[in-house]
Design a protein around this ligand. Structure first.
Ligand SMILES: CC(C)=CCNc1ncnc2c1ncn2[C@@H]1O[C@H](COP(=O)(O)O)[C@@H](O)[C@H]1O
Length: 255
């Protein structure tokens, strides 16, 4: 098998810096193993080692990203194809973010992530991909210039927030909603201040915002100020303007 064929084969698995093939490909991910309670008491004894590995992953992320400069994290569906209107908007958004002086951070995968990395690369900016170990991993998309691969979702999510001046969220599924609501919760609980969160794509996001108002707000489960943390726009230029306006360096916030 040539190297190119091997890279395409589903019979290949990357684990940190290690590549595993054939019978060496594991059936579970590191995250899965951590979250699995398991029947075997021996499993418990491996946790101290896992803590070391988690620590190392934080160090790796901090080391790589500390000198990144101002950046914006862009989220959205991993499943969008290049002919999608949202893909095109993500490319345009990333270009405009670069022109406004930001590096672009994504999850490093396909779909919207690829689109944003592509826009950043094409505009001559810094294109960052924070990948995650998945059982069906596709690897970092080809437009990532600085890539870090994480084993643990929670370590990776820390990086998205810590090194970004704001979030732009395009239409997506559970992964996207998870990232969006984590950011809103951090802002709501003041773990992070002055952190603009922009939802790009009115037709997709407005029904969700209606539900947030009609159900959550009406039931007193969120405050008006919480709802106001989320702004829905259709134009990538408007999204960038909101990010600049809410930039914590400019607004003087800290977290
Ligand atoms: C086609 C496919 C499922 C590929 C999976 N490959 C992925 N690679 C990197 N990040 C991902 C991947 N899938 C989901 N995510 C994370 O979850 C979000 C997208 O999830 P979803 O497609 O909306 O729910 C992204 O912003 C990303 O941070």
């Amino acid at each position: 098998m040539t190297r190119a064929q091997a890279a395409k084969s589903s019979d290949e698995y990357r684990k940190g810096a290690t590549t595993l093939r054939g019978s060496k490909v594991p059936q579970t991910t590191t995250d899965q193993q951590l979250l699995d309670r398991g029947q075997d008491a021996d499993w418990v004894h491996t946790d101290p080692w896992r803590v070391m590995r988690i620590q190392a992953e934080f160090v790796e992320g901090f080391d790589t990203l500390a000198q990144l400069g101002p950046a914006v994290s862009v989220f959205g569906s991993a499943r969008l194809k290049p002919d999608s209107e949202h893909y095109a908007k993500a490319v345009q958004l990333a270009r405009l973010l670069v022109e406004a002086g930001y590096a672009v951070i994504t999850g490093g995968g396909p779909g919207t992530m690829e689109a944003a990395n592509r826009g950043a690369r094409e505009a001559g900016g810094t294109s960052v991909g924070l990948g995650i170990e998945l059982p069906f991993e596709a690897g970092l998309n080809e437009y990532v210039d600085i890539g870090v691969n994480f084993r643990y979702f929670f370590v990776r999510k820390t990086m998205f927030v810590k090194y970004a001046e704001g979030y732009v969220v395009l239409p997506g599924g559970f992964g996207t909603l998870d990232e969006l609501f984590e950011a809103v919760t951090l802002a709501q609980t003041r773990k992070v201040t002055s952190f603009p969160i922009v939802l790009l794509g009115g037709a997709f996001w407005s029904p969700m915002m209606d539900w947030v108002r009609d159900s959550l707000l009406t039931a007193g489960m969120v405050n008006e100020s919480d709802v106001e943390r989320l702004t829905v726009v259709d134009d990538p230029a408007e999204a960038v303007a909101l990010i600049v306006a809410g930039d914590r360096r400019i607004a003087g916030g800290d977290w």
